[in-house]
Design a protein around this ligand. Structure first.
Ligand code: HEC
Length: 133
């Protein structure tokens, strides 16, 4: 089965990160927070609410990168960090760009939507390559 070029594999060949239960719970909770950020950013773009976009983007930016437990960092390979690090930086970039837009200007909001779509390429790339299960 294939949608938008994504093929559903019958076996999971993704790299297993080997987290223990506590690390897994902490990590997945950060992931759900990133999804919340994306939801709030999208809503903020659609409704022209700059403050909402900035707050949501900052939440998954450097703050979250620093909050990642050392034991999780120790288990993740360089190839994982090469996707994860830039993802947090793109959230920071989104917050900075959002701070500069005129929230009544549809074209400027459209640029933020594009940047959000670009940022989400990292979500897809990492999910395609790694698993905690
Ligand atoms: C550097 C790697 C990486 C990046 C970047 C990443 N994720 Fe994840 N995410 C994972 C892994 C690994 C899992 C576990 C998937 C599995 O085991 O099947 C996961 C799981 C999730 C889950 C499921 C949470 C749960 O409770 O089961 C959500 C939601 C999620 N990610 C959202 C996002 C969003 C949104 C983005 C981008 C803004 C993102 N992730 C970026 C690695 C990443």
């Amino acid at each position: 089965m294939s949608m938008l070029g994504i093929t559903k594999a019958s076996t999971d060949n993704r790299y297993h990160l080997g987290f223990n239960d506590a690390e897994k719970a902490e990590f997945l909770s950060e992931m759900r927070q990133m999804l919340t950020s994306i939801q709030q950013i999208t809503l903020g773009i659609g409704t022209g609410n700059k403050a909402m976009i900035i707050k949501a983007a900052r939440y998954s930016g450097n703050r979250m990168a620093r909050a990642t437990p050392q034991s999780v960092k120790d288990k993740t390979p360089v190839s994982f960090e090469q996707i994860g690090g830039p993802t947090h930086m793109l959230f920071e970039a989104l917050a900075i760009n959002a701070a500069e837009v005129d929230e009544n200007d549809a074209d400027e909001l459209k640029d933020l939507a594009e940047l959000t779509g670009e940022l989400m390429r990292n979500c897809l790339a990492c999910h395609a390559a790694f698993t905690v299960n």
